[in-house]
Design a protein around this ligand. Structure first.
Ligand SMILES: [Zn+2]
Length: 242
């Protein structure tokens, strides 16, 4: 199978796998060799297993990772920005292959147990179990790292009640999940969505010093948003939508 993810090395310790298939799937972020032990990689938002066009999204991701010399079996932690199927469905497969822990915010975990799982039913998919899991809190993501990557977890609800963004101040990189995209913002018409909360979250993210914004989906094919002025202009523009 030809991978439908484009690999982009955004920093020494960060690869972005940008989805460019036909149907829906998210971009994944990947921090190699971050953790101590036999499963050192951290994967953010593994995405769909298979999407509405029957594209093998997860297989594509693993192929793209393999080309860069990484195995999904060596992932020790999956971080989920939120629990929607196009971000979270494959987390279970990663956990099965690697015994990786799955992490998301407590707010999103609680939402998942009540309404989030039903959302999978609505879309005709199968919701992955939430085990093994630990909850992320607002603040430093402290995972006993062997490489110094000081990530900050920001609670940025609105698209989903417990959506998080990840900010890496040293590299000025922001992984925003489905809060903000290039020239667009996350939908608020899914279960638990809230336009006022999304507006607040976007306002908060726009205060950060960001050189590379990695959105959950690329509205410019194959691209992330790079360059401080382009990121700032994008925030100015999207604030008019929310
Ligand atoms: Zn979403």
């Amino acid at each position: 199978m030809v991978a439908s993810h484009r690999s982009l090395r955004v920093a020494d310790s960060l690869y972005c796998y940008i989805w460019q298939g036909m149907g829906n799937n998210c971009n994944a972020a990947f921090f190699p060799d971050l953790l101590r032990g036999e499963h050192p990689h951290v994967l953010v938002d593994p995405g769909h297993i298979r999407n509405e066009f029957r594209e093998d999204c997860f297989l594509s991701l693993t192929e793209a990772m393999k080309k860069d010399g990484f195995r999904v079996e060596d992932v020790g932690l999956v971080v989920s920005t939120h629990c929607h199927p196009d971000h979270f469905e494959a987390s279970q497969v990663v956990a099965e292959k690697s015994q990786a822990l799955v992490a998301l915010s407590r707010e999103e975990g609680e939402f998942y147990q009540t309404m989030g799982i039903k959302f999978y039913d609505m879309l005709g998919g199968k919701a992955p179990p939430l085990e093994p899991t630990f909850y992320l809190q607002e603040g430093d993501l402290n995972v006993g790292a062997k490489t110094k990557v000081n990530l900050k977890v920001l609670l940025t609800p609105g698209h989903s009640p417990g959506s998080i963004s990840l900010y890496w101040p040293e590299e000025k990189i922001l992984i925003s999940g489905d809060v903000v995209f290039f020239a667009s913002v996350g939908r608020t018409d899914f279960p638990g969505g809230s336009p006022p909360l999304l507006r607040k979250s976007i306002e908060r993210l726009s205060q950060l010093d960001v050189e590379h914004l990695i959105p959950g989906h690329s509205t410019e094919p194959g691209k992330i948003i790079s360059g401080k002025s382009k990121v700032e202009r994008n925030f100015q523009m999207v604030k008019m939508f929310v």
